[in-house]
Design a protein around this ligand. Sequence first.
Ligand SMILES: Cc1cc2nc3c(=O)[nH]c(=O)nc-3n(C[C@H](O)[C@H](O)[C@H](O)COP(=O)(O)OP(=O)(O)OC[C@H]3O[C@@H](n4cnc5c(N)ncnc54)[C@H](O)[C@@H]3O)c2cc1C
Length: 494
Amino acid sequence: MADPELVDVVVLGLGVGGEEVAGRLAEAGLTVVGIERDLVGGECPYWGCIPSKMMIRAANALAEAHRVNELAGSAEVRPDWAPVAKRIREEATDTWDDKVAVDRFTGKGGRFVRGSGRLDGPNRVRVGDRVFEARYGIVLGTGTRPSIPPIDGLTGTPYWTNHQAIEVEELPSSLLVLGGGAIGLELAQVFARFGVRVTVVEAADRVLAVEEPEASEVVATALRADGVTIETGVKAERVSHDGAGFTVHAGDRRFTGEQLLVVTGRKAHLDELGLDTVDVDAGRRYLPVDERMHVTDGIWAVGDLTGEGAFTHIAMYQAAIVVADVLDHMRRTKAGPDASGTASVMGGAAGVVSAVGGAMSTGGSTAAPGSVPVADYRALPRVTFTDPEVGAVGLTEQQARDRGINVQIGYTDLTSSARGWIHKAGNAGFIKLIADADQGVLVGATSVGPAGGEVLSALVVAVHAAVPISQLRHMIYAYPTFHRAIEDALRTLK
Ligand SMILES: Cc1cc2nc3c(=O)[nH]c(=O)nc-3n(C[C@H](O)[C@H](O)[C@H](O)COP(=O)(O)OP(=O)(O)OC[C@H]3O[C@@H](n4cnc5c(N)ncnc54)[C@H](O)[C@@H]3O)c2cc1C
């Protein structure tokens, strides 16, 4: 076996979080090895956020064209998947080629290694025959993969995960979607708008079960209007595939489709990471981290595998903390890579630390010595990009009640707001506010509507900065915007 190669930092997994950490540490002058077994950039640019939002943009254009009939004359629409598939292939993913991303990383000074890595004892990562030893730390950013439920008959059938759904060039005539969460609903609506007969099968008693029940209701109604069949409270027991299509069996009921898309959650595959070699329990669903993303001595984790929220913005938020903390750790150990390099590395490090610290408001959290910000998830925003969009931040009503908060609820229907009424076709939505009556602040909010995700931003600021409700009531809201409905909802708080 070759001798270990000594570097400053090893980043394992170059998805959104890992690539950001590795690139910024390399830019700060550290020797950084970034290891990726698939595509640099990870799930988001190739099989997640970006291509799925391109699909949604196209599907929403179709839906808007249909609304011409109600608002502006008549329009005839003939959906065609080819331009969507082409855009994903050519503009989003370079036909699933990461050369641009690899060059971006090496252009920052990083050393790229293609392969599957695992921990190999403290400070060490192995990739095939090569072993890297990290002076200052190892960062794990290995993300998640689809969690496939152990349904009888499913294994071995040619079902889709999000990968095949994003890569599809020719649409099936019908699609069964197993899982009514955000990803399942977004894709279900897209395919339905392109003429696919879609059935969503969900085990819970409502779709989008992690969000407010009112949001589930509005989205289910919207999808049904697009022709989607929604079956809730259905526990799939068996899947059969006869070459022509799939059947999902649940008790006496049968659901059929030419294709089956399984979107029943994600799982971090901790057992593959060699965590046992550093005395960390690999038997969990996610990898627990502290508020500075520490897993254990010399190891940090970033992104989906931490279980703090499977969103690109969480991975980026955590990445900023990891970069600051690794640089702070390096400075505190006073062990720069070499005497001449130390000054420039330290200069770069300090610059990054202060830039990160400056960019991040930690709300009520306390920053550590060295001004490294700590993670604060109170105002975690999340958006389901269905039409209407579902934006949510902080606690739902049920979560707030479960925590014993003295809850007040504010609610307004978007259709009765000035802008909602003007908008007319496609104006379904609402604003729901969750207030802590004792503190006089919002602890959660949901914004559903044509621009639900954008309207959310004001509510995120309110929750994040704990803006007093009295101040929110005395703001000026531009007329006639969708966000002006926030003022209406505030008026109903009780
Ligand atoms: C269909 C879909 C739509 C989405 N839409 C949105 C959205 O609109 N907004 C949003 O915020 N989020 C969205 N997400 C979630 C978002 O994609 C993830 O939160 C984000 O990709 C997480 O980044 P990550 O760095 O943690 O992990 P990943 O992006 O999963 O990257 C992890 C990387 O590690 C690599 N890896 C794993 N193990 C090893 C190993 N042992 N050795 C080497 N490399 C390894 C993998 O190959 C992968 O490239 C969506 C996800 C999906 C599936």
